[in-house]
Design a binder for this molecule. Structure first.
Ligand code: FES
Length: 168
């Protein structure tokens, strides 16, 4: 083979370079999707630390608001962020709901709409949710409130990440 045949033309070089860049960008885009497809727990905040939020004794069958802080690790630094949960008891079970409306992310409150008592109400677009967090039909939200991953330890209520639920 002659030396001339070994030479890479400028056109070939550019097309190899573009393929390399394109491949890198495709890998960067697809790999997080594959990660979440293979491990749905990650999407559910499965790698979030549990935080002590309340004692079981404080809970009633009526949802109560609890504010707490979590440490969030970014690639370069750790920051403290505020979180809120609506928590109540149902027999032996403890239910902890996210206050983030599943329509466009406003904050829901419990039992604040006189026309619809004993529901979570979102003032932004009049979204409503049952006590279980189930979205009320014919209101803007199309899926239930997220649930917090919950653990009970020594009479304390510990919350982890949130878990998305689908409408049943
Ligand atoms: S953000 Fe809650 S109803 Fe629109």
């Amino acid at each position: 083979m002659s030396e001339k045949e070994h030479k890479v033309s400028r056109r070939q070089f550019l097309s190899y370079a573009l393929m390399g860049v394109g491949g890198f960008m495709a890998a960067a885009t697809v790999s997080p999707m594959v990660r979440f497809a293979l491990d749905p727990a990650l999407d559910a905040g499965g790698d979030t630390e549990f935080v002590n939020v309340a004692t079981v004794d404080e809970l009633t069958e009526e949802p109560q608001r609890f504010d707490f802080k979590v440490e969030v690790e970014d690639a370069w630094y750790t920051s403290e962020q505020s979180r809120t949960a609506w928590i109540y008891k149902e027999g032996d079970k403890v239910i902890a709901l996210s206050p983030v409306c599943t329509h466009l992310g406003c904050t829901v409150n419990w039992d604040t709409n006189e026309d619809h008592p004993n529901q979570f109400f979102c003032p932004c677009h009049l979204g409503r949710f049952e006590k279980s967090g189930q979205n009320v039909a014919n209101t803007p939200p199309t899926r239930p409130l997220d649930l917090y991953d919950t653990k009970l330890e020594d009479g304390n209520v510990l919350l982890g990440g949130t878990i998305q639920r689908r409408t049943v």
